[in-house]
Design a protein around this ligand. Structure first.
Ligand SMILES: [Zn+2]
Length: 321
């Protein structure tokens, strides 16, 4: 979906580097003591594992992770009691853990986005006849978005190098496929060879992107630049398509609203602040802000597919709904 595709850019700005919290003496001292006292023998680890809740086991929390989590809070309390600003740890704010989930608010708001796509896809299938032009294209895009938001839920529930990469790659797949969708929409009903060629180029570029980022240390800067570029092309491309058409086809306004909504929601990410109730930070709010956008986007797609179907056959499918 375009809204989430554009917004996907911002995820990539976050960089997992050492932060003030984890490089402080309070944190490093706490961690070493905790590790030595609780995780240095198999017996200690067995005692820790027996005390774990089911959700913590499922989300694969380890004894060391537990030390990191507890020391994060110990360090935060020290900073706050001394009147210092709330520190970040490994590029992230301290979040309270709920049922083993590291960033519960972002998990819930990612679920909202996921549900919005599932509902949007369902409505699209109910409203648009399967033989309408671009029917399959937008179904594939919806599935790509559902996959991406599933990984966003997983990543915010448990941040590991693997889940982080999957979140980034799947977010990029949304942005890139939306751009491909724009090319297909601009190409008109024929020109299959050109569409196939663009599809192959997009596929090859995605493969290169993933290969480049997995073969060495993750290059956050490159990843961000590529996503910003593809995202902006996408947003401005769709706006340039919709604005001249909105007078004759009022439904094109849903496309404009989605792009404007997606771009505006990105502003939330600029205001980085410590999490409210130790759960809701700017990133979580951004996920909340993008959740209604799929409804508007699918409304646009539905109307556009019906318009194309009507134009192609001279039959008004919308009257049959
Ligand atoms: Zn996120």
């Amino acid at each position: 979906m375009l809204g989430t595709a554009l917004s996907g850019i911002i995820i990539l700005v976050q960089v997992a580097h050492a932060s003030r919290g984890d490089s402080s003496n309070e944190y490093t001292g706490c961690y070493h003591i905790c590790h030595f006292n609780n995780c240095s023998s198999s017996n200690d680890v067995a005692v820790y594992e027996s005390s774990q809740s089911l959700s913590e086991k499922v989300l694969q929390w380890t004894c060391d992770d537990e030390c990191r989590y507890n020391c994060m809070w110990q360090t935060t309390n020290v900073f706050v009691s001394r009147g210092y600003e709330v520190p970040q740890f490994f590029g992230k704010w301290p979040f309270v853990r709920v049922w083993g989930m590291q960033e519960p608010a972002s998990v819930i708001f990612s679920v909202f986005n996921l549900l919005a796509h599932i509902i949007g896809l369902r409505r699209f299938r109910q409203s648009v006849p399967p033989f309408a032009p671009l029917y399959r294209l937008w179904q594939v895009h919806a599935l790509i978005c559902i996959n991406a938001w599933t990984w966003s839920v997983i990543f915010h529930a448990r941040d590991t190098p693997w889940t982080e990469r999957m979140d980034y790659f799947c977010a990029f797949s949304m942005v890139l496929f939306s751009l491909f969708g724009l090319f297909v929409r601009l190409s008109g009903p024929r020109r299959w060879r050109r569409k196939e060629m663009i599809g192959v180029i997009c596929g090859l570029f995605f493969t290169y992107h993933v290969w480049y980022l997995t073969r060495q240390k993750f290059d956050y800067g490159y990843n961000m630049k590529v996503n910003v570029l593809v995202g902006l092309l996408n947003g401005f491309g769709w706006i340039s398509w919709a604005v001249p058409r909105v007078e004759k086809r009022p439904y094109a306004r849903w496309c404009i609203f989605t792009v404007v909504g997606a771009l505006s929601s990105m502003l939330l990410e600029l205001g980085d602040f410590p999490p409210v109730f130790w759960a809701v930070d700017a990133h979580a709010l951004w996920h909340l802000a993008t959740a209604p956008l799929p409804f508007i986007w699918y409304k646009f797609l539905e109307n556009d597919c019906l318009y194309l179907a009507q134009r192609g056959t001279g039959y008004d499918y919308k009257k049959q709904i």
